[in-house]
Design a protein around this ligand. Structure first.
Ligand code: FAD
Length: 511
């Protein structure tokens, strides 16, 4: 993506990739913020291919093909070992206005790669970088094949096993990230629609969203690529992510066997996977968190996935990647003009990465802790949802109105300059509560009570939409027995205006 932009601006760019397109990549589920960040980047650079990625499933179908799926909602489905999934312990978030994507990355990445070549970038595929030397005038990149290349600036997008990070000891060891999880994943065929496995009283089918099957100790994802009329890709991305303190890495079973073992503990999930077969080898990573001591230096920038990563739970990875590119291109183009590549000029990229990574860590750490108790999770997940909806509204206003937006950008943000003013305080207070629970200072009920109180007291500064027919969102967010938080469905807003909870929630559910 960065290469596409720099080549489009007429700069000399060389892409060196250890693999060749089309190639498997993980990071398939997007959220509205991902598309908005693409939209911002497309406006910033004037590159039509980036606009394709901003336009959601429609743009992708027109320009890339029919192999990607849609994501209409985040479906959080709570499971207890040995028991059927209870509808009253599920949560749905999304809206009617914007579908997001299940990106079949090999096709999407190839599309952007081809654009980079068209705009004039050079590329060397199937070529691994072995070392990178930095000096005052530039960088020298060496490959395992013995080639050497000289450049003025390095963008390292090689991910957690970056040879550059290793060589220059940029990794933060041990990582300061509190989340400690591991993962097992692959692509499978014949994964059933979850709607065929359980009753669904919610306003949207589970199949049109990303399924997050959460349980005490971990979660599964199911990202379907064939969940719309006309889809041509029967494959689904599936994965299991586990709390590694609770379930330490194992080598006594294969990844496939371990995955099946966990599936077997949850009857509703087992039905979804009963016919499923892997179409590629399983991947098992003993730890997925990593972080770096710095993100930018004189003459280099670590892309988001090289800089750090927490866990895929809230689909924050690609937002970070697109944000890093967006914040990098202007100072980098200026530096390419002036030939000055000082770290100080790129600190905005670092600030964005440091804060987004830390925010992801707080949210995800808290989520794993909260899964011990549904009421606690039901409260905790709203801290994320409140931020996400407000951020989308403020970002949308800036995309449309630019400097005339009525919302001021936040300087000391927790995750983004587009967040509402009070959001940082909400997250910090919530994180203090969940940390107290994790440390054993308070119990789950006391923690949940504190979180609900924070949500109750939170000043929703940003109205989602001005139309009265879309009222009631704030009440719904604050109300434990509203779990179908899918916005824009008239029946939902009508209930919320009358302060009525989801009709299928039993009246004795603890609040
Ligand atoms: C399990 C998991 C699930 C995820 N799910 C989501 C999600 O649902 N949504 C989301 O937004 N994000 C998700 N992410 C994050 C997401 O994967 C990354 O943000 C995203 O893939 C970054 O894309 P990238 O192209 O920068 O890096 P990558 O996809 O990591 O690509 C790295 C590239 O570097 C190349 N490379 C590596 N080493 C060398 C070398 N020595 N020399 C040359 N080339 C090299 C590789 O060949 C590869 O092409 C997930 C991450 C993980 C680990």
């Amino acid at each position: 993506m960065a290469a596409t932009i720099l080549a489009h601006k007429g700069h000399s760019v060389l892409i060196i990739d250890g693999a060749a397109h089309p190639k498997f990549a993980i990071g398939e589920s997007t959220v509205p913020l991902t598309s908005q960040t693409f939209e911002h980047l497309a406006a910033q650079t004037g590159i039509p291919e980036l606009l394709t990625l901003a336009r959601g499933p429609q743009g992708i179908r027109e320009k890339i093909g029919t192999t990607c799926g849609i994501k209409r909602a985040f479906c959080f489905l709570y499971h207890r070992e040995g028991e059927e999934n209870r509808p009253e312990e599920n949560n749905l978030f999304g809206n009617v206005w914007r579908d997001e994507n299940h990106l079949y990355r090999q096709d999407v990445d190839t599309y952007i790669f081809r654009a980079a070549l068209r705009y004039g970038a050079d590329a060397l595929e199937n070529t691994r970088v072995s070392s990178v030397e930095l000096d005052d005038d530039g960088v020298t990149v060496s490959t395992v094949k013995g080639q050497r290349f000289r450049a003025r600036y390095l963008i390292d997008g090689s991910g957690p096993r970056s040879p550059f990070i290793k060589q220059h000891e940029l990794a933060e060891r041990p990582t300061s990230l509190r989340t400690n999880t591991r993962t097992i994943f692959t692509h499978m065929t014949d994964v059933k629609s979850y709607d065929d496995c359980v009753d669904n009283p919610f306003s949207q089918p589970w199949s049109t969203g990303t399924n997050h099957h959460v349980f005490d100790g971990g979660w599964f994802w199911v990202i379907a690529f064939d969940n719309w009329e006309g889809a041509t890709n029967k494959v689904a991305s599936v994965g299991l992510t586990l709390d590694a303190d609770r379930y330490p890495p194992r080598d006594d079973v294969s990844p496939e066997e371990e995955f099946a073992e966990f599936v077997g503990k949850y009857p509703s999930i087992a039905r979804q996977f009963e016919d499923a077969r892997a179409v590629r080898p399983w991947i098992r990573a003993p730890k997925i968190q990593h972080s770096s001591r710095q993100c930018v230096g004189d003459r280099y920038c670590l892309m988001a996935h090289s800089y750090g990563f927490v866990d895929p739970l809230y689909s924050i990875g690609l937002i970070m990647t697109v944000t890093a590119v967006s914040k990098l291109v202007d100072p980098l183009c200026k530096a390419l003009e002036t030939d000055e590549f000082a770290r100080e000029d790129f600190l905005d990229v670092e600030k964005a990465m440091v804060r987004r990574l830390r925010y992801a860590d707080m949210l995800i750490y808290g989520s794993y802790k909260s899964w011990s108790n549904y009421n606690l999770w039901n409260a905790w997940v709203r801290l994320w949802a409140i931020g996400l909806h407000a951020l989308e509204s403020i970002f949308a206003s800036h995309l449309m109105m630019g400097k005339y937006s009525k919302y001021e950008l936040v300087e000391d943000y927790i995750t983004s300059e587009y967040e509402p003013q009070g959001y940082k305080a909400l997250i910090e207070a919530g994180y203090a509560s969940i940390s107290a629970y994790a440390d054993g200072t308070i119990d789950a009920d006391a923690c949940a009570k504190q979180l609900w109180k924070l949500i109750e007291d939170y000043d929703f500064e940003v109205r989602l939409r001005p139309e009265p027919e879309f009222d009631g969102v704030e009440w719904a967010m604050r109300t434990p027995d509203v779990h179908d938080l899918f916005l824009g469905v008239p029946e939902n807003h009508e209930r919320w205006r009358k302060e009525q909870v989801d009709p299928w929630i039993p009246s004795d559910t603890p609040a």
